[in-house]
Design a protein around this ligand. Structure first.
Ligand SMILES: NC(=O)c1ccc[n+]([C@@H]2O[C@H](COP(=O)([O-])OP(=O)(O)OC[C@H]3O[C@@H](n4cnc5c(N)ncnc54)[C@H](OP(=O)(O)O)[C@@H]3O)[C@@H](O)[C@H]2O)c1
Length: 329
């Protein structure tokens, strides 16, 4: 099987992790990288063994000989970075959150559709074997009727006003950086159409949320409760509860290699564990490559409809808090 040719835009933390997954997965070839600076692009290419490098994202989009592009820039940059790639015939795997808001995402999806290209949110969690096992248990009725989800994600980050996480112009805040995981999990199990979104946040001096709680209520009476933040230590766990039992992920639920099934008395009845092939990011690469090879334009594991539904919920939370990014004013 011929390897899919990949490129990466951005040279930060996750770009390095993803490059290791690409190089280790055996299914892909890392051909090109792009940075806003030629020096950084060259250093990154040398480090990860990419054949070519570009000192501008636009030049990369126009010239790089790749089929797939992984966008690893801050949220506020995703829309433009994805747009130039889609305009230049490249399929896109875009980091979370894919855009600042749902309107931007709708525009990208239209462009991908018009140009016959594949676009996928890099919601790696949804491609991992532990997540797929939990879905299989839930869908086959192992925990009865789903009633409740509790999921949280905190990442204790020391305040640095230059860090993208605290910068409104970069799409900062815990909502887009962290809550996107527990909210995506809630929607994947309870559905994309909650009847009500109730949320609250602590907004810092820079104008982005430092912590938040989001409750999603569904028409059938089920609900999900999620907490996230840069300033509160949480268990980073996810519990999916039904009338006959519950499913519990190991710590750091979105990247956990363990998931267990419990009966309604709290006895563990089944445990699923696995070892990553590389570092955990390879599963979204396998899914992306599979979709490309099969000519799919929407991934069954990370469908556009799910990504859009989550973006709309995050929009609604920010509407409730009065939190806007400079690009939206
Ligand atoms: N899936 C995951 O587990 C995971 C984990 C962490 C982050 N992420 C996501 O990945 C994306 C990048 O996060 P990161 O932690 O890797 O960020 P980071 O370390 O700050 O790196 C971001 C890179 O984007 C480029 N960039 C473009 N415009 C920028 C700007 N205005 N300010 C700063 N950098 C800019 C820079 O590369 P050049 O200077 O070379 O152009 C920079 O190295 C975010 O969307 C984040 O949500 C995902």
């Amino acid at each position: 099987m011929e390897k899919i040719k990949w490129g990466i835009i951005g040279t930060g933390r996750i770009a390095h992790t993803f490059a290791a997954a690409l190089n280790g997965c055996g299914d892909a070839e890392l051909c090109a990288v792009a940075s806003r600076s030629e020096r950084k692009a060259k250093a990154f290419a040398d480090e990860v063994g990419a054949g070519s490098f570009y000192g501008s994202y636009k030049e990369f989009a126009e010239k790089a000989d790749v089929q797939a592009v992984y966008i690893a820039t801050p949220m506020a940059s995703h829309f433009e970075d994805a747009r130039i790639c889609l305009k230049n015939g490249k399929n896109v795997l875009c980091e979370k959150t894919v855009t600042l808001n749902s309107a931007e995402l709708e525009e990208l999806l239209e462009l991908a559709d018009k140009n016959g290209l594949f676009f996928m949110e890099a919601m790696w969690t949804k491609c991992r074997p532990s997540f797929l096992k939990a879905k299989e248990w839930a869908q086959s009725g192992r925990i009865g009727q789903l009633k409740y989800i509790k999921a949280d994600f905190s990442n204790m980050v020391r305040y640095d006003k230059k860090d993208r996480l605290f910068r409104p112009d970069c799409g900062g805040g815990a909502l887009l950086d962290l809550s996107v995981y527990p909210v995506s999990l809630a929607c994947a199990f309870l559905g994309n159409e909650p009847s009500e979104t109730i949320s609250s946040a602590h907004i810092g001096a820079d104008g982005v949320d430092l912590s938040n709680s989001v409750v999603l209520k569904y028409p059938d009476g089920s609900f999900a409760s999620t907490d996230s933040g840069f300033e509160i230590p949480l268990r980073n766990n996810a519990l999916i509860s039904g009338t006959d039992g519950y499913i519990l992920f190991g710590d750091w639920f979105f990247c956990s290699n363990d998931v267990s099934l419990y009966d309604r008395e709290g006895n563990e009845v089944e445990k699923f564990s696995y070892e990553n092939d590389v570092n955990g990011y390879e599963y979204e690469i396998y899914e992306f490559n599979r979709c490309l090879r099969e000519g799919l334009k929407d991934s069954p594991l990370v469908p556009h409809a799910d990504t859009l539904a989550v973006m709309k919920i995050l929009d609604e939370c920010r509407r409730q808090w009065g939190m806007k990014f400079p690009q939206e004013m």
